[in-house]
Design a protein. Structure first.
Lengths: 403, 403
């Protein structure tokens, strides 16, 4: 352990600016008095920090709505959501999505393109994403884009945005982040993350898991990805690839999986497992899952049995994760939200039978409150990371690059 | 995020004393110059810190061994291993063990008692452990005991040492730490931890995983426990019970497990699974495992098949953990060391088939270098925690309690 020197006044100011901006970004507009209390700083320091951030165009002060209190109302500090934004992109197995998200988390614009399942050519994906992003940026000429983040449905090396493995769209070792950075040519490095990891962060910041330290987010599209937050930190592992819970084998003699193994959780309890169990020939995708859930609700015995069976496998997977991680919450997102809602009794029953008491007694099973947007919102948070770490420098760097 | 005030000089001194003591405890004797370099402090600060620790009897300075260099040799700072020690205890399913371990990690004394498998009465265990501990403490009248730590083969609530669940010895919600503290009456709180968690810490501090940030330690006795270190931190989960990888279900229709489920990893790949697969009627325990391994080595086909079968299940468990955690190393300890060594081909083959490439390409599978003592050494480290956090205060508090 080395002992560090006390931070310089300039370093303290940078940290405080970042902390204040994070507060209004995450928790919404707040009065200076509230910010002073939350941050443990005095009001004159808050005043100075707010003035700096306002001068940079990152926040503004304005009258709050009606408070019902007598006397002069205190001004609130609010993020400049219309003026400062990021572009969030999402590459799923059957869709591309894009959003323009303002500082403070406000979704300003959003588009989605369904795509046929199967192998995606990286160049096509990059050019489609760039075109979606450019369209959104073009509509916001008087605002500043401070970051671009992408959620990707596979294993990503975060430091350089290389997709190591995206089995459901046929990618291996694709330099995705670098290519998209070049194609967009915004003077901003495009940050790429695993979609389930980003979904986990989004649910913890703005969704059903706000404030939780030990949370597992399970994202279903064709596959099942896991984003695992333990002790407040996203689990990375040696290379940043932790969380591939979809390839936990639950059934040695089970269905073949796109990864080459058999009986993986995603093969048994994901979209494809459900479609096969229901004896359907639909292509995978949210519509196919919805059709089975609706058929079961109408009383179709085959559909009901398929959901029962898939729910049981999902329950094995969840019980295993509960025993391994002792999480306070497991969140089901993407199409896994629909699958879980239609098979919750089986899932809960398996956790009750196979979870050890000390861990199962405290875990809550919940569906994503951000719905299909969890991964996209997580991508936006990834894109905001730089400006929330060093607001003024990041803005200055971006302005210099744009001039 | 609140912003903290800079630490006081007194707080900085406390932290530096702790950091210096941790260096000599963990890495062995070192010259003041080496310590200055490692800690990023100047030599006069090191001199003052060493003097304080030496006055308290925690370290001494002495001539090093022959260095081969000309000139006046530099004194080295060495932990007072004979003078300052902890008592480490280990409750396994088939043994009780105790050690007196000196500061610096030197095992000064060690005893072990084999016990028949089955339900243990908590009072018997507490009185046996207390008697072992007292015997050791009695032989060290001129030294000071600075902590007592226990490794327990089950789920432990660390803050108060309550055993929530020890299926293999039949304990549920036993206030073990408090009872042992009372029984020993040393003026020291007995700290209790899960044995696999402590084994993981021991292997990372002093064993095969030194310096690794992402390590899984699998400990086999009757059950299989997991200690998981991710990003340098032991995985705790919401209640501190994370790591129960032995109850990951790998075979839905498999063998019954002591936890009430079927097909848990420990039922398929642990001692009992191996004994059953080999068609033996031996009681569980290290001797039974060794007998099967020896029979297989002599060419006994049944024993060989049993190890093959068990190794295959162990491989499924390890492949799942590799996909879920992306660890840099998986360490096999306790009887799992023997089982792994005799079935490594099956385990490795499963990981090669079922591990995703980006995670399997970097993971190393290794056996514990601390052998059967990993959990006991981990218990010693747990017992040293207080004195390594605040050396002088802890010592003062203990002295006051003893006087």
């Amino acid at each position: 352990m080395t002992v560090r020197a006390a931070p310089s006044p300039e370093e303290i100011r940078k940290r405080n600016l970042a902390a204040l901006l994070r507060h209004v970004h995450r928790d919404g507009a707040a009065s200076r008095a509230t910010l002073a209390e939350r941050m443990g700083l005095n009001r004159s320091t808050i005043l100075a920090l707010t003035a700096d951030l306002a001068a940079a165009g990152l926040v503004r002060e304005e009258l709050p709505g009606q408070t019902g209190k007598a006397g002069r109302p205190s001004l609130v500090v609010r993020a400049e959501s219309e003026r400062v934004y990021v572009v969030a992109l999402d590459v799923g197995a059957d869709r591309l999505a894009a959003a323009r998200v303002g500082l403070g988390g406000l979704v300003l614009d959003q588009i989605e393109t369904a795509r046929p399942m199967g192998t995606f050519d990286p160049e096509d994906v990059i050019s489609a994403l760039a075109s979606m992003a450019r369209g959104m940026i073009g509509k916001a000429a008087d605002a500043v884009c401070v970051g671009v983040g992408v959620a990707f449905c596979g294993m990503v090396r975060e430091e350089d945005g290389v997709v190591r493995y995206g089995p459901n769209i046929g990618w291996v070792d694709v330099p995705f982040g670098a290519s998209l950075t070049r194609e967009l040519d915004l003077g901003l490095r495009v940050a790429v993350g695993n979609n389930a990891n980003l979904g986990a962060l989004a649910e913890r910041e703005r969704g059903v898991g706000v404030g939780l330290s030990d949370l597992i987010y399970l994202h279903g599209d064709v596959g099942i990805g896991g984003g695992i937050i333990m002790g407040g930190q996203l689990l990375g592992g040696e290379g940043g690839y932790a969380g591939e819970v979809g390839h936990m084998i639950v059934n040695r003699d089970g269905r073949p999986c796109a990864c080459g193994s058999r009986g993986c959780l995603e093969a048994e309890a994901g979209e494809l497992g459900l479609i096969a169990a229901a004896g359907r020939t639909d292509r995978a995708g949210r519509a196919a899952v919805e059709a089975i859930v609706e058929a079961a609700a109408r009383g179709d015995a085959t559909a009901r049995d398929a959901l029962h069976n898939v729910g049981d496998w999902l329950g094995y997977g969840v019980a295993n994760l509960v025993n391994i991680f002792n999480p306070s919450m497991v969140v089901f997102g993407g199409v896994l939200r629909d699958i879980y809602l239609a098979s919750a009794a089986q899932v809960r029953s398996r956790v009750a039978v196979d979870g050890l008491q000390a861990v199962r007694e405290r875990v809550r099973l919940r569906t994503s409150t951000l719905g299909g947007d969890a991964t996209l919102i997580g991508a936006a948070e990834l894109a905001f990371a730089d400006v929330l770490t060093d607001p003024l420098q990041t803005l200055a760097r971006i302005s210099a690059g744009l001039e």
